[in-house]
Ligand binder design. Sequence first.
Ligand SMILES: Nc1nc2c(ncn2[C@@H]2O[C@H](COP(=O)(O)OP(=O)(O)OP(=O)(O)O)[C@@H](O)[C@H]2O)c(=O)[nH]1
Ligand SMILES: [Mg+2]
Length: 718
Amino acid sequence: MPRTTPLSDIRNIGIIAHVDAGKTTTTERILYYTGRKHTIIDIHDTKDLKTSTTTDYLEQEQKRGITIQSAAVSAFWRDKKINLIDTPGHVDFTIEVNRSLRVLDGAVVVFDGVAGVEPQSETNWRLADNYGVPRICYVNKMDRSGANFVRCVDMIKKRLGARPLPVQLPIGSEDNFKGMIDLVEMKALVWDSDDKDAEWRILDVTPDLADKLHITMPEDRKLLAKADQYRTELIDTCLEQDDEAMEAYLTDGTLPSADLLRKALRKGTLNSAFTPVLCGSSYKNKGVQQVLDAVVDYLPAPTDVPSIKTVDADGEPIGERKTSDDEPFSALAFKVINDAYGALTFIRVYSGVLTKGASVQNSTRGKREKIGRMVEMFAKEANPVEEARAGDIIALVSLADTETGDTLCDAAHPVVLERMRFPDPVISVSVKAKVKAEQEKFGSALGKMVRADPSLHLETDRETGQTILRGMGELHLEVTLDRMRTEFGVEGIMGEPQVAYRETFTKKLTEQYIHKKQTGGSGQFAEVWIVFEPLERSAGFEFVDETVGGSVPREFVPSVEKGLKIQKEDGVLAHYPTVDFRATLIDGSFHDVDSNALTFEIAAKACFREGIRKAGPILLEPVMKVETVTPGDYLGDVIGDINRRRGSILDQLERGTNIAVVANVPLSEMFGYIGQLRGMTSGRASYTMEFSHYDPVPRNVADEVIAEVAKAKAAALA
Ligand SMILES: Nc1nc2c(ncn2[C@@H]2O[C@H](COP(=O)(O)OP(=O)(O)OP(=O)(O)O)[C@@H](O)[C@H]2O)c(=O)[nH]1
Ligand SMILES: [Mg+2]
C-alpha cells in the first residue's frame, strides 16, 4: 500500500499550557471546524456525565472539568493531516506533557489572556525547550474581563526568556473583542457574532478602523493605532530569515509579499529564532481557524525536525535515524493505556513501515514482539489500520513486553532511540482494597495503573507489609484510585502519609540477664552477658560470639542471635526498628536439663530490652534532600519557611532566571509543603525531594512522636 499523505503534509502537534488556559476548548473547536464533529461540547456542561468533550472523556475529567490524560485526535486542514494531542495542564499530570512532547514535532502553547504566563506554562515551555520542540503561541480568552494581549506578550519575553513575534493584533478586548488584525496580510478579520458558524468579514486596516468597529477602550485603540509599527517589526524580523528578500528590500525598498513573509515565519519558527503569537477566544469561536492556518504554515512536518538520535546502552547518542519510509523500521512506545480494547501501546514511528502481522524487536528489552491489531486512535475511538509509516502515531493492541519508553525496531537493523525522562514521584501513601476479599483484584488493577503511568511507583513496606503507592501529588494518587473504581471496578482506600522512624542508642554497655523459671518438675534456665555498642549511621546490625569454654553451648548461640534479631525490630522507645549497633555475646551459663534453644532466645530478648533502655536510646528520622526552585523575589520567604521546618540550607544555585535552594529537611516536616510553597510564591516555585539519610530527632519532637505512638497502641489495645 503506497503512502497516502506525503510526509511534508503531516503535522504532529501538541497543545500545551497551564491548567484551564483553554486547550480542550480549543481542541473541541478544531475538531468542529475541520469537520471531525458536528457539535461543540463545553467543559462546564460535562459535570453531570451525560456528555463529554471528545478528548476529556474519562469520568474523572468530566466531573472535575480538567484534563487528566492526554488524548490524540486527527483532522485535515487545507489538505494537511494534523495529528493533535490535547494535554493536561495540572502539575500532577506533567508526565503526560512530558511524553507527548517527546514524540511531537511542534506545539501550540495556549495562554489565558488575563493571567498570561502561569507556572505550568513556564514548566511546559522548559520541557519543550529540552525536547527542542518548535512552537507558536496563542493568547486565548481575549473576551475575558482583564484580558491584555500586550502584557501577555511581554510576559512571554520576560518570564520565558523567549522572543515572541506577534503575527496578529486583537481588535478590542473583553466584551468588545471583535477579531484581529492579520499582520501578514495586513487585513482586519472581524466577527459580528459569537456563533460557532459565524464567518468573519475582511476589512482594510484604515486609520478609522477603531471608530468603524466601535472600539472604545483607550488601551485597545492605542494598540490598533500601532498596527503599522507591529507590521514593521514583523517584516524586519522576517527579513533576517531571508537574505534575498533583505537584499531586495535594501536595494529598492521592495516589501516582501505575504507568501514570502509566511515562508520566513516558518523558517524562523522551525529554527526557534522567534515564536509567532496569535490571539483569539476559542470559547467565543474567534480565531481558531487562524490557529489552524498557523499550524499548517509555521509548525514543522516530521521531515522538518532533526533526525531522531540513536543511543548506546548508557543512553549516549551514537547516531541518528532519518525520517523516511525507506529506512528500516523504528518507533518509540510513549504511552500504554488500559481500556475496553485491552492494553494499547501508543507508538510514534520514526522510520520505515510497520505492517500488521510483522515481528519486530523490542531493542530496549531484547525481546521479540508480534504485531497484531494496529489502530489509529481518535480520543477513545479505535480505528483499525493495516500499516503505519514514518511520522505516524498509532496504537498497537496487546503487546506482550513493551513498556513506556521502549524502542521497537526492525530486528535486522537494531537501534535504541533516545530515552524518555520521567519525573520522580514525591508523595507516598499506603493503599489497600476497601473490601478485603478484593485485595487480589485490587493488586492486579494497581499493577496495570502503574504500568500505564511511569510517574507512579509501587513498593511494599518491609516493616509493615503495606502496599505503598508513590506519585506526583495528592490529586494524582486520588485520581489513580478513583480510576481503578471506574476502569477496573475495584475500590481502594488510602492511608495518611507516613514517616518511617528508626531507633538506636548512644552508650556502650555490658548487660547480664538470667532467665529462670521453675514450674512444677521441669524448669527454664539461661544466662547471657552481652556487650551493646552503637555503630556509625547505616551500619545496620552486627552479632559477634566471643564466648569461650562452652559457657553458652555452641548449639544455643544462634538462638541468642535470633532473639536479638526479633527484639531489635520492636524498639524500646516507640516500637520502631533499632539500627546501627553491634551485640557481642561474651559470656553466659546453662543448666543441663533446664536450658534449651527457647530459653536462650528469651534471655537474649530480655537482655536487649533491659540493656538498650539504659544505653541512651534515641529516635532517628529520615531526612530528605529538598530542592526548591523559586523566582528570586520569594527567596527570603522560601528560606525562612525551610528553617521553620527544621531544615538546613546546603546550597543556592542559579537556575535560569530562578534560584534553586538545596536543603536537608526532615520528611515529617514536608507534609503540606507544596500547598504552603504555592501559596507563598503565587504558585511560581516548585520542588523535588529524595531520601538522603537518617538523623537523630530532637528531644522535644521525639517526645511527641513517642507519646503519639503510645497513644495509638493503647487505642488499638482498648
Ligand atoms: N471566557 C473564555 N473562557 C474560556 C475560553 N476558552 C476556554 N474557556 C473556559 O476555561 C475553562 C477551562 O477550559 P479548558 O478548555 O478545559 O482548559 P484546559 O486548558 O483544557 O484545562 P486543563 O486541561 O485542565 O489543563 C472552561 O470553563 C472553558 O469554558 C475563552 O476563550 N474565553
Ligand atoms: Mg484540557
